[in-house]
Unconditional design. Structure first.
Length: 95
């Protein structure tokens, strides 16, 4: 039973990093994390702590899929775009 966790964000690198760290400590490890960023002022991949957590999760076998929008669409539209992408590309049973 694989679960896809969908996260949309804008300018929240610290909060997102703490959330990912909390996922690392879960006892249930059968999940993948999908993140879509809505044109933040400073992209997530520029934050060291975020990169460290993502690399750790990947090393531990939990896929983290990250996408960044080039346009500022607003979080509701970004959320729909992310859900469409997960349904199309993921093999997870639950979102």
């Amino acid at each position: 039973m694989k679960v896809a966790i969908a996260i949309t964000t804008k300018d929240r690198a610290t909060e997102l990093s703490l959330l990912l760290q909390a996922f690392r400590t879960q006892t249930e490890k059968d999940f993948e994390v999908w993140i879509m960023e809505d044109r933040s002022n400073v992209p997530l991949h520029n934050h060291h702590f975020f990169n460290c957590i993502v690399n750790r999760m990947r090393d531990e076998g939990n896929p983290v899929i990250y996408h960044q929008n080039n346009l500022n669409l607003g979080l509701p539209r970004v959320r729909q775009k992310l859900m469409d992408k997960i349904i199309k590309e993921s093999n997870c049973k639950y979102v």
